[in-house]
Structures are given as C-alpha cells and as structure tokens.
Design a protein around this ligand. Sequence first.
Ligand code: KG4
Ligand code: ZN
Length: 348
Amino acid sequence: MRILAIETSCDETALAILTERKGFLYLEKDIVYSQVDIHKKYGGVVPEVASRKHLETIMPLLQHTLGKNKLKNIDYIAFTQGPGLVTSLVLGVATAKALGLASNKALLPINHLEGHIYSNWLTHQELQSNKINIFPSVVLVVSGGHTELILMTGHGQYKLIGKTLDDAVGEAFDKVAKLLGLGYPGGPIVSKLALMGNAHKYDFPRPMINSHNFDFSLSGLKTSILYFLEKKQKINQQDVADICAGFQLAVTEVLVKKTFLAAKKYGAKSIMLAGGVSANTFLKQNLQNNADKLAIPFFAPEMKFTGDNAAMIAAAAFYRLKNKKARLFSGDKISKLEPDANWQLVVK
Ligand code: KG4
Ligand code: ZN
C-alpha cells in the first residue's frame, strides 16, 4: 500500500509518500514548504497570501515528490479536507480531485487534527508494532487553532472530553508574543525566552484550573498580561523573559492538571500530545514527569512532525485503511468533495 498525502490547511504546503516496510511505516517522501517567513512580516497568517503561495508551490512540489513514476505506484491519495483556512484548504482539495479524476485512484479525505494525532505513530515504532495496549488514550491536541482533550478508544475512535472555550493554546502564545512585540509565530520565541526567565516572579492566573470539567479558557490569561503591561509601562529584557516563563508555567499547569484528571477518570492506558504546541519542551517535560510518576506511557511526536506536514495525514490515512475505516471517493463521487473548514473530529 502506497499513499500520497497532501496538506494545505494553513501556511505549509506539504506532500508525502508513505508505505509499509517490514511491518513498519516508511516515508519515501516528506516535503514541507513553510511560508512562515512570508507571513512573519504581517504578524500572522494572511489567508489571501497563503492561498496564492499554495497555488504557486503545489505543482512544482508535486512533480518533485512523484518523480518520473508519476502516480504509477500510488494506491491512494489522502488529503486534508479540514479544519483550516478555506482559502488554503481549497488548493489541496482541488489538487487531490484533479489527480483522482485523472488517474482513477481513490481519494481519502482526512481530518487535520487526526493527522496531528497520528504524528505519534510516525514517531514511535512501538505504536506501529502494536506491542503495547495504549487504548484508551487521553490525547491533548494543542495547536494554533485547537485545544482539545480527546479520549481515543481505538484507531479512528474518538470522544471529546473537553476543549477551549475561547483561544487555542498556540493562539495564546502568539498573542502574548504580539503583546510583548516579539514577532510571529510566538510559540517558539516565547518558549525560548522563558528559558531565561523566572517563572515565579509574576503570578498569572490559571483559568479554570479548578473547574469541575475538562474545558479550558485562555483569553483571560492573555488579558491579564495585557493589563499587567499597561500598568508596568516600561519593561526591560529580563521582565520580558520573566513574563514568558510565568505565562508558559500558568498554561502548562492547567493543561497538565486537566490531562491527568482525565486520565484518572477514564482509566487511560497512555497519554499523547499532538499539534504544533507539542514542540514545547517545557510542556512535554511536565507531561512526561507526571506520566512517569503514574507509570503511564507518554507519547509526543518528534520535532519534525510537530508542525503541519503531510506525513501525518498519510499516517492517519494508513490506519484508516488498515482498520477498514476509510471513506473512499472515486469516479463521479470525486466531484462532490469540497473543503470542510470547520470539520470537527469529534463533537461532545
Ligand atoms: O499545528 P500547527 O503547526 O498549526 C495549526 O494547525 O494551528 O500549530 C501552530 C501553533 C502556533 O500557534 C505556534 O505558535 C505554536 O503552534 N507553537 C508553539 C511552539 N512551537 C509552535 N507553541 C508553544 N511552544 C512552542 N515551542
Ligand atoms: Zn496543525
């Protein structure tokens, strides 16, 4: 089985070819073209610019990925159908449709968040070999657009335990970076500066930490930093580092506490982290430490699979096919496929 995957949900144009070798996943191709340097100067992703850039890059990348064999050895074409920016998604969807119609290969629409979850399978061979029973797994999905606690009871089987009521975690990092004049994307910058800061110098709120549910709220934390900055007026470099560290600690404490409360309540056999914020070392370490204390296996994707990529979309497609849970589209049905910008992996 050889899968071509296409991901264009935001500001990365990504393509991958995945197959299986000796019982393990094997990535023949894995290309990510990031537009981050283009959007940096605007302080965030500009949808119109992202869309044009996908249009410019997708065909050359596709030619490079497929090489001279073109689609000859490809069995399935997986693509991100949503959630994401509709103006970005549409380029990947249109490309997949054109390839499907021209080649008669079956298409597989994949949810972007499911892709992030399967970046863990790409990373850990013990998950691929099925040697340990990890289900039910409590999965913390934290990205620029989403913050969700999901109970994964099997491949392709999800229950929503909790989600953010306002900002996503990545979005909160980005907004705090903006308030501090640090540039975009904020997550990597804030976490780097936090290394030099004292996380206990300023005490920021831990919103909803004691609420008796698994939902999150992050906009109040961001606002409290805004008020703090207005009051303080002048801040030096050390203050900035201390604010970054204090903010990161506040967010991490809430995420870790709720993740492990959920693990206890649902009798989780493992904990998983997924999404762009899974690049955050402080969060990863705190989840790992807690998991070690409880002797629960903890999984996080390796750095190169934390951000948006097509390899994770291919991996999600692989397990859907393997577990006979794939929705396949071929022939006339292909023309009905459209982006689903608000596609929720699971609803409460
Ligand atoms: O999953 P992703 O690449 O795109 C979406 O699907 O949203 O996530 C991007 C988000 C951005 O908000 C970025 O600031 C955040 O992930 N991020 C981080 C770190 N690296 C990326 N947040 C905190 N710490 C990091 N090291
Ligand atoms: Zn993402």
